[in-house]
Design a protein around this ligand. Structure first.
Ligand code: UD1
Ligand code: CA
Length: 459
């Protein structure tokens, strides 16, 4: 019904004993983000108001999501899934609103599946998400009526042998009109094998008051897989990795091995991007046409423009790499590293908060921080911008076409004039003139007849 609000009640009060961990279950990391974070993302993408039912480790769970607009609901005793929804539902006043019940430990559920479920619930009043299970043991079984609507859900522990043979299981996820759910929840009893208030009983109760309950099947078991132990966590991680890698493949990327690329953010790739093995991509990332990412690279919140090459074992964080640039192997671009077109940054080079203009080269063993480096500058091996005096950071400017000899210390603030040459091993403390050679090192001398000290005789 238009005009009504969509609410999501996320159950996250359970202990997760089988994790054998000090961390509450819903905070266990999947692709670097807590399980619950993934579920929150899906709920947000549906535009739902979010209610999270917490119990075990409640404070820690709430502290993990401080900024989010979440309505936290405390369930002090875990008396069952039905009880959990009972404690949350008073926060939803309008009987016409739609509620979707999700689980903090079921992280791979897709928004598109939920949209299908919700639209069924809009027609019927209540819809449950089911799946055909390879091994249904432990799960609630779906009993359908002659018209294929869901008649009731029988928990494994309460099922007879005929019901145990049913392969269609309850995912736990459901969507329903607030008024209907409120009415059914009020009638729940705990006279079952586990002595709990089962959310699943709302299906039979809805039927009793004349509602036909839609049963929508999820495409795969993976999508509705719950996480109860570290083995399942690793399986869900692998499934997530595969799903995200497939998105890159669909965008046209070539992956050396889809099972060895970890996408943990939003990655956009152009045509013919190649990504080698063991690459981790976090945050918002844009890789333009023909970019090559070598093995073992970590790229966070960065853009790499077309035809650029990031060689093995490089780390980019909040960096920008211009077209045709090459980075690495073993390079580190830290926040606000901005490389223009055709720049080369080689092995064991660290760049922080610096702009390198077109064609600049910094090939070996160098630190560039708080610097502005002009076009076609060549920085020799072992050069350091000495940007920090222990309190403040200072800027180094190297004008275009300059040549910085190896082993130079540039003590900032300092400016190197255009097309100038700095002799190797210089310690530059003052600005240097354009188009001249500047040498700032002790003159070489030889001490005639000097003898090395000799070791005393050993006893
Ligand atoms: C539930 C379903 C079952 C379904 C299965 C899918 C019921 C009665 N059964 O069974 O049909 O096949 O999920 O995995 O709903 N929780 C709370 N508070 C509580 C109880 C549970 O927040 O008082 C949370 C738990 O943290 C957990 C989730 O709800 O994340 C499911 O609870 P659990 O007791 O594991 O239900 P199942 O027995 O797995
Ligand atoms: Ca469970």
């Amino acid at each position: 019904m238009s005009g009504s609000t969509l609410h999501s009640i996320i159950l996250a009060a359970g202990k997760g004993t089988r994790m054998n961990s000090n961390l509450p279950k819903v905070l266990q990391p999947l692709a670097g983000q807590p399980l619950l974070g993934h579920v929150l993302d899906v709920a947000k993408s549906l535009g739902a108001e979010i209610h999270v039912v917490v119990g075990h480790g409640a404070q820690q769970v709430q502290d993990t999501f401080p900024d989010s607009k979440i309505n936290w609901v405390m369930q002090t005793e875990q008396n069952g899934t039905g009880h959990a929804v009972q404690v949350a539902i008073p926060n939803i006043e309008n009987d016409q609103d739609m509620i979707v019940v999700l689980y903090g430990d079921v992280p791979l559920i897709k928004a598109s599946t939920l949209q299908g479920l919700i639209s069924q619930a809009e027609t019927c009043g209540l819809a449950i998400l089911t799946v055909e299970a390879n091994d249904p043991s432990g799960y609630g079984r779906i009993v359908r009526d002659a018209n294929a609507f869901a008649e009731r859900i029988v928990e494994h522990k309460d099922a007879n042998s005929q019901e145990l043979a049913i392969k269609e299981i309850n995912s736990g996820i459901l969507a329903g009109r607030a008024g209907l759910l409120r009415e059914c929840l009020a009638k729940l009893k705990n006279n079952n094998a586990q002595g709990e208030y089962y959310l699943t009983d709302v299906v039979e109760l809805a039927n009793q008051q004349g509602t036909q309950v839609a049963a929508v099947s999820a495409e795969t078991e993976t999508e509705v897989a719950g996480v109860n132990d570290k083995l399942q966590l690793s399986q869900v991680e692998a499934a997530y990795r595969q799903r995200r890698a497939e998105e890159l493949l669909h965008q046209g990327a070539t992956l050396a091995d889809p099972s060895r690329v970890d996408v943990r953010g939003n990655v956009t790739v152009g045509k013919d991007v190649f990504i080698d093995i063991n690459v981790v991509l976090k945050g918002n990332i844009k890789l333009d046409d023909n970019v090559v990412i070598g093995p073992n690279c970590v790229i966070i919140e960065s853009q790499v423009e077309q035809d650029a090459i990031i060689k093995a074992n490089s780390i980019l964080e909040y960096a920008h790499v211009g077209p045709r640039a090459t980075v690495g192997p073993f390079a580190r671009l830290r926040p606000e590293a901005f490389l223009g077109s055709d720049v080369r940054v080689g092995n064991f080079v660290e760049v922080k908060k610096s702009v390198l203009a077109k064609g600049a080269k910094v090939n070996h063993l160098t630190y560039i921080g708080d610097a502005q480096i002009g076009a076609n500058v060549n920085v020799g091996a072992g050069t350091v911008t000495c940007n920090y005096d222990g309190v403040n950071k200072h800027k180094t400017v190297i004008k275009e076409d300059s040549f910085i000899g190896s082993g130079t210390m540039l003590v900032a603030p300092v400016e190197i004039g255009k097309a100038s040459t700095i002799a190797a091993g210089s310690v530059i403390t003052k600005d240097t003139p354009a188009e001249e050679l500047t040498i700032a090192r002790v003159k070489q001398k030889t001490v005639p007849g000097w003898k090395r000290p000799e070791k005393k005789d050993k006893i």
